[in-house]
Ligand binder design. Sequence first.
Ligand SMILES: [Zn+2]
Length: 243
Amino acid sequence: MRVEFLGTGTSQGIPIIGSTHPVCFSKDPRDTRLRVSVLVSWDDYTYAIDCGPDFRYQMLRSGCTKLDGILFTHEHSDHTAGLDDIRPFCHRQGKLPIYLDTHVLAALQRRFDYIFTTENRYPGAPEVTVNIIEKNTNFSIGDTVVVPINVMHGTLPIFGFRIKDFVYITDASHVDAEEIDKIKNTKVLVINALRDTPHPMHFSLSEALEFIDDDELVEVTPNFLRMRKKHLNENERKRASKA
Ligand SMILES: [Zn+2]
């Protein structure tokens, strides 16, 4: 399996338009961050998780020539606003499968009515095949099982996903203990950490570290943690989580 991080930035991206924060003037390429998305490939499949406003550039930059579908974690614009730019894939491949729950579908139908309408369709409009994700119900992509993980994003229930030994959780502020079984024994866990200080909708760095370091969650604690380019060993991680 190959995972490409298409974007790891905040909802506005980094740098932020007009910002005078030093990070927004940083020359470090790691401080240029597009909106959050990953491209996951295995066998002959390539799927994107989320499709934000940087989707077009992300696809060009990754050299992605074939996309088999998009899994949506939730409806926020930084995860969905690029949906119009699936057109080149539709023109070459036909209808693009999308995987989402009914709540996210309703939001996309409001925002992208021309994609979902069946009458007087605009020629060349994106075409999708809708696959509804049911809570606590695994689904298949080919012979690969995808496990939706229930995650809270503030008061909004959203999905994380497990595909084989890759778990991707973005925009979480809380993960119920019952979900841990779905994450156990994964080789890779991606989890969001917005900033040092608390935020009502997202894990802070210390909350994300606590999540993976919680004794009850010991089965999900990875052997090492990669933060940007830095590897923290177990002791460093504990120290960081207490800071
Ligand atoms: Zn969000």
